[in-house]
Design a protein around this ligand. Structure first.
Ligand SMILES: [Mn+2]
Length: 333
């Protein structure tokens, strides 16, 4: 048995109150892996207290989502173990205003390529799988063997998490094991994937105004495109502020790389919680640009063709200069 697997079990056994957290702005895999983890832990250890806290609900219906504790501020008081899913470091899960003790033992269950400095009292489980959901499933499958059984709810979570993060098995993070795990889950309950993919790709009509604003900023340089909205515009325009996140996700996933001649690029959104922080998301078509190295140099991380960074800059102009300089450097390299 792998050493970190045994450590995982030890950490769980020694704890009484477990807090599950996932990355900020959680996606489907973040929610599915967290909910799956919570459900399995409660089945295996009914006497332990297991709480999953987040600042927002999933945008579509997921089994067990009613048990998510929605909070304004994340707090770790009273817990003796923190488990992070779909994130490699606590800093990706909390904001400055949150109250989470870094000294509490931590288990990190992740699948991203970016690795953080290892801290004391921390167990890392990351075998670079397709999704955090697949990693949670494999961990329990191997550690608990026949004690661990899927039911309808957990099978649904496994399928949704994998389908969301692999883009319905299109991305090359999909491995034979991903298909095996999916097959295990599908033999318990057959979820309607077409319906799920459709619901998962909906966006609110309120995002339209923000989409227009973003498109006004579109710049294309050779095979790269980028878009942004400025913090000043966001502060003065409530409609833009409310739609910015959805617009950013829509344009990032379904517009940026789909312009003829464009293969990669980035999109910027101001972080409204801190006055000088910005989210920058990079995306590339397979085989074109390694955007992870660019994000890493800016202090972020992710996958080769999908990466991101939360970055500080005084103005949108200063931020763009910083990003474009690093891009230029990597293009020459
Ligand atoms: Mn993920």
């Amino acid at each position: 048995m792998k050493k970190n697997y045994n450590q995982f079990k030890e950490f769980i056994k020694q704890s009484k109150k477990i807090l599950i957290l996932t990355h900020k702005g959680p996606d489907v895999d973040a929610f599915c892996s967290s909910l799956l983890l919570k459900q399995i832990l409660l089945e295996l250890y009914p006497k332990k207290k297991v709480v999953f806290r987040a600042k927002q609900n999933p945008s579509l219906k997921l089994p067990g989502m009613k048990e998510i504790e929605i909070v304004k501020e994340l707090k770790s008081e009273g817990f003796d173990l923190i488990i992070l899913t779909d994130a490699g470091d606590l800093s990706l899960c909390i904001e400055d205003t949150d109250n989470v003790e870094d000294s509490i033992p931590q288990i990190i269950i992740d699948h991203h390529d970016t690795f953080f400095e290892k801290k004391k009292n921390t167990v890392l489980v990351n075998e670079n799988m397709s999704s955090a959901t697949e990693q949670v499933y494999m961990l329990f499958r191997i550690l608990y063997k026949n004690e661990f059984k899927l039911n309808e709810d957990s099978s649904t979570l496994v399928q949704y998490g994998i389908v969301a993060d692999t883009g319905r098995f299109l991305y090359d993070i999909t491995t034979p094991n991903t298909h095996r795990v999916f097959a295990d889950a599908k033999s318990i309950v057959d979820v309607d994937l077409e319906d799920f993919a459709y619901r998962n790709s909906k966006f609110p009509r309120e995002a339209t105004h923000a989409i227009i604003k973003y498109l006004e900023s579109l710049k294309i340089e050779k095979d790269m495109a980028y878009m942004f909205v400025d913090r000043k515009d966001l502060e003065e325009d409530l409609e833009l502020k409310q739609g910015a996140s959805e617009a950013q996700a829509f344009l990032r996933d379904r517009y940026l790389r789909f312009i003829q001649g464009v293969h990669w690029g980035f999109i910027i959104k101001p972080d409204m919680n801190t006055k000088d922080s910005w989210f920058v998301s990079f995306r590339s078509t397979k085989g074109y640009q390694d955007v992870r190295v660019i994000a890493e140099e800016l202090g972020g991380g992710g996958h080769t063709y999908a990466s991101g960074v939360l970055i500080k800059a005084d103005s949108i102009e200063a931020l763009l200069t910083k990003i474009l300089n690093i891009i230029e450097k990597h293009l020459k390299a």
